[in-house]
Write a protein that binds this ligand. Sequence first.
Ligand code: 13P
Length: 256
Amino acid sequence: MRKIIIAGNWKMNNTISQAQDLIAALIKNGGDMHKVEVIVAPPFTALRSVYDILGQSSVHVAAQNLFWEESGAYTGEVSPMMVKEAGCKWVIIGHSERRQIFGETDETVNKRTAAALGSELKPIVCIGETLEERDAGQTFDVLHRQLDGGLKGLTEENMAKITIAYEPVWAIGTGKTATPAQAQEAHEKIRAKLSSMFGAGVAEKVRILYGGSMKPANALELLSLPDVDGGLIGGASLKAHDFVDIIKAGIEAEKL
Ligand code: 13P
């Protein structure tokens, strides 16, 4: 049984005070959040203050990125231990915005993933095709390449700590969601690829999240799909009531 994960990626939104307001509203209205695994990924500057407010709540904090070195002359970068000490248990790696805007490659995704595992952080490794790649019939080649490259050298034991997020680039921030059939097909193919890489037993346990314009109106349908084990939510995670509604959809789907 794969416990559903509802993760909010706040991207470059929310100052410290705005982040504190959002997390306070989430805790107040979140209800039975412990029935699923709820994660929020604030910007680096707000990590610690969000973590401090969470207290005994079951919500966990994720960083949106990290660098693979432990320390040194890497201006502008943040190390695994830095985010860990700020309260993170999780880290998002290789988000398509990092790949497309900041030149992230499968190789750098792999280095960050290995560094996160080395510091006992749980990576959420993002993969997904662009619209051009989908239209050219390359979707599954792209996903396979990203999995081969991003997870290179990892062991079966490492895979117990890995979560995959399938985020079709054309669905991110566009209001255009993958249809349930498209999402299920991609997730199934991803699991089959993981099975060929690490064995069926490992693949059955890895959680694969869907991301791309998930919102209260479509969350239950997507989260109920057999190979969709949660959501990575951007825009809708910035509004407490929308995020709470998606968490409720996750709790509902968990029961199915
Ligand atoms: P949206 O939910 O805004 O489409 O963003 C998805 C995403 O990129 C989450 O990482």
